[in-house]
Each structure stands twice: as structure tokens, then as C-alpha cells.
Write a protein of this length. Structure first.
Length: 221
């Protein structure tokens, strides 16, 4: 693990995970995958398999389908995702206020997500969060997925961020592990966490029960 973190430093660069952190997409992802699979296979996924389908759709469908069916499945997924976004998804309560306050306070915001590029752009656009995140890195931009720090390090380079002034905020164990691997601050959000006990067991530097807690921690004196 890298060791650049200086505990006395003030956090300036705030990188967020996307799914389960800024935007509630679980129901939408499940719906869009089943929409795509019904079209190419005539069947749906069982609930127990859904925790494993976050990531770039092409990579996931390539593991599930024959090569000649992947492109059609990806196109169907993207179409369903956009069409039904507002029915099944949206930013968590308080996220817009949090992002606006951080930006107004001079914090530099970014996103690193394991989702694919097209899905990330749609999610930020349709949730109304695009103006806050000019810098983002997706699962299509990296060879090593979380918990590798590769994506975070790339995001930091795009933001020109310093290690001791950067935090990564997410809802999963892999988010905390990525932060620690990159040598930056780690923040755990509990509003989207599937298993709070396991998440907190990773020892995040900061824990947030609601978006206003982020403001209190990062903007307080």
C-alpha cells in the first residue's frame, strides 16, 4: 500500500463512486440486464446473480453470451437503461445539495466508477449531476478493476490531485480497498451500502450516514 497520506492535510479533491453512492441504480441495472437478456436469450437472471453484474456491459455480456450475441445485448441494455432511467433510478436525496455546496466551497470533484463509459455518461446526464463532474474515469478506461487503485490514480492524474488532499467516497468494500491501495483518504457512505458490517470492517477513514455528513466533515473548521 502507498503511504502518501498526511493526516494534517485539508481535503481538496473529492472523488466519488457512482452506483450506490451518488445514484441509486440497483433496480435499473437489474431491469436493463433482464431487458437485454430477454431479447437475446428469452430468459432473465436470478436475483442471487445480480451483485456480480456491475461493470462495463460489454465485459459482462462477453462472459455470459456467445460472441455473436454480445453487441445486440449491449445495445439493448443501453436503450433500456436510458428509456427507463427516471422510472427506476435517480440521485439519492441530498446529493445535489451536497455536490453544489462542495463545488461552491472550492472543492474539485471527480468520479471513478466501474461502470462503462456510455452508462456513466447517461447516469450523470439523466440524474442532473454532469455539471459537477467534469472529470471522471470508468471501467472502460482501466485494465484492472477495483479493488486495484489503477482507476483512482488515473482519476487523480486527470484532476491534477495531490495524494494527501484527496478522498475517495464509496459504498463498497472495494472502494475502501482502492483508496487504501492508492494511498489516499477513504470515505464510506452508509445510505447505499449492501452490507454495512463488511464495509465498516475495511476501516474507512471517514464514515457518512447521509450526504450532509460529507459537508460537515469536509467543510467544517
Amino acid at each position: 500500500m502507498l503511504t502518501y497520506l498526511n493526516r494534517s492535510s485539508k481535503i481538496v479533491y473529492v472523488i466519488f463512486d457512482l452506483d450506490g453512492t451518488l445514484v441509486d441504480t440497483f433496480g435499473l441495472v437489474r431491469f436493463a440486464f433482464n431487458c437485454a437478456l430477454r431479447g437475446v436469450l428469452g430468459q432473465e437472471l436470478k436475483m442471487k446473480r445480480f451483485p456480480n453484474i456491475y461493470g462495463p456491459p460489454k465485459k459482462i455480456f462477453s462472459r455470459m453470451l456467445s460472441s455473436e450475441k454480445v453487441a445486440a445485448a449491449v445495445n439493448s441494455y443501453h436503450e433500456c437503461y436510458r428509456k427507463y432511467f427516471r422510472q427506476f433510478s435517480g440521485a439519492y436525496a441530498g446529493i445535489h445539495d451536497m455536490c453544489r455546496a462542495l463545488q461552491n466551497a472550492g472543492k474539485v470533484l471527480g468520479v471513478f466508477t466501474g461502470a462503462g463509459l456510455e452508462v456513466t455518461e447517461m447516469t450523470l446526464e439523466l440524474s442532473g449531476l454532469s455539471p459537477y463532474f467534469p472529470s471522471f474515469v470508468t471501467g472502460d478506461d482501466v485494465r484492472e478493476p477495483k479493488p486495484s487503485p489503477q482507476g483512482l490514480l488515473l482519476t487523480m492524474r486527470k484532476m491534477n490531485a495531490s495524494f494527501d488532499q484527496t478522498i475517495y467516497i464509496g459504498d463498497s468494500r472495494s472502494d475502501i480497498k482502492s483508496s487504501k491501495g492508492a494511498g489516499i483518504w477513504s470515505g464510506a457512505v452508509l445510505w447505499g451500502a449492501a452490507n454495512r458490517t463488511l464495509l465498516l470492517g475495511e476501516g474507512p477513514d471517514l464514515v457518512f450516514n447521509q450526504p450532509s455528513d460529507v459537508l460537515e466533515a469536509l467543510l467544517g473548521d
